[in-house]
Design a protein around this ligand. Structure first.
Ligand code: PHB
Length: 393
């Protein structure tokens, strides 16, 4: 081989080596990259929710220059399909195959319950950026499990407070028959009945079905004063449109935990206008913190953020607080968890703290759907803690 050709090849090999090196996680302060497993839905009715959570998480990491507590982040991803029957196998891909340090996930309560059981066994750190399953910060609570979202009881309860305050006396509820739906309805009923109302009937269909017709017919026949619904993602889009198309929107007010209209307003169009919901986030908080977050999110992803994006962002903030406290030394897990437990999260939703069971203690807003925004019109309940029934920690 001619010397010049040999030179060319060795230059090419060196360049390749360099570019390969550049794409590998760089070692920070002598510590390898932190392995973060993202277990989220990439398909199915909750797919958009998973994307928003991942976007929010990565936005916070990017704002920190790509490192948390001095550690580069290496991502491992699993699409959980919001399918509880695959959840244990899926989470074990991250725990056993990829050997991740921390798992961030997921959206669906049934999947998250299986994840909580698996990480309790392996002692992997789990940050839950959505799934509200009450048991996760109840009987299954653990030092290695922290939530950046809510418990199902919380938004249900807050919406029940508003429904009672509006003077409604007879309510019907409608949801998917799984933990999130059932527990949200329970929270709603608790507050609504405490406020003088009565839930006359609970309706449900299996997750993720969207054949609402028979149930809507039953609502029309029973004529309650108000309907409370828990649906989210693609299912929420279809429900709100079907409720309107059935002619019910004009005659029986529809309320819901804010997931009914969060991240879905554009697709729901006129059918969602005027709907009242309660949630720990709204589109019009107009605080410097939220405005900065919303602008950055919109510029980065060419999309508007929603509650899921906020919860993903705050999952990263929570992890960062732990890592910073131990200067990136993930082995000091007790000190990390203690720092996370004590922190005040400077969230776009407003500052919040964590309860002893590691669930956000936070304000619940009253929101009204106007145009493409869930506009904040008041506060349903200030600093609402989850009752954390059954948590011993
Ligand atoms: C849940 O399954 O816990 C869940 C899913 C979607 C939401 C909220 C809660 O928007």
């Amino acid at each position: 081989m001619s010397p010049s050709r040999k030179n060319l090849i060795s230059t090419a090999v060196a360049a390749l080596a360099l570019s390969t090196f550049a794409t590998l996680p760089v070692q920070a302060q002598g510590q390898p990259a932190l392995k973060v497993g993202l277990m989220l839905p990439a398909t199915g009715t909750f797919a958009a929710l998973g994307t928003a959570i991942e976007n929010g998480f990565k936005l916070y990491v990017a704002e920190q220059g790509g490192k948390l507590g001095g550690r580069e982040i290496q991502y491992f991803k699993v699409d959980d399909e919001s399918d509880p029957s695959k959840a244990t196998d899926n989470v074990n891909k991250l725990i056993k195959r990829d050997n991740v340090d921390v798992i961030v996930g997921t959206v669906h309560s049934g999947v998250a319950l299986a994840m909580a059981r698996a990480v309790k066994e392996s002692n992997t750190l789990l940050i839950v950026p959505n799934a509200g399953a009450d048991a996760i910060t109840g009987p299954l609570c653990a030092p290695n499990i922290i939530r950046s979202s809510f418990s199902n009881w919380q938004p249900g309860y807050a919406t029940g407070v508003i429904a009672a305050q509006k003077g409604y006396k007879k309510a019907m509820t409608i949801t998917w028959g799984y933990a999130a739906g059932q527990e949200t309805v329970k929270g709603f009923s608790e507050a609504f009945e405490k406020g003088g109302g009565k839930v006359i009937k609970d309706l449900s269909l299996p997750f993720p079905n969207v054949e609402f017709q028979a149930l809507l017919t039953e609502i029309a026949a029973q004529k309650p004063d108000v309907v409370f619904a828990f649906f989210a993602g693609g299912g929420a889009v279809k429900f709100v449109k079907d409720y309107d198309a059935a002619g019910l929107k004009k005659s029986i007010p529809l309320m819901g935990s804010g997931f009914l209209t969060d991240g879905t307003l554009e697709a729901q169009g006129a059918s969602a206008q005027g709907l009242l919901t309660s949630l720990h986030y709204a589109d019009s908080l107009n605080t410097p913190r939220d405005n900065a977050f919303r602008n950055k999110y919109a510029v980065t992803y060419k999309a508007q953020p929603d509650v899921y994006a906020v919860q993903g962002y705050d999952a990263a903030q929570t992890l960062a607080a732990g890592l910073v406290a131990v200067k990136g030394d993930f082995k000091q897990r007790d000190a990390m968890v203690a720092a996370m437990r004590k922190m005040t999260v400077d969230s776009p939703r407003g500052k919040y703290t964590l309860s002893a069971a590691h669930n956000p203690v936070q304000d619940f807003y009253i929101r009204e759907a106007k145009g493409r925004e869930n506009v904040m019109t008041g506060i349903a309940v200030k600093v609402l803690p989850d009752p954390a029934r059954g948590c011993k920690m």
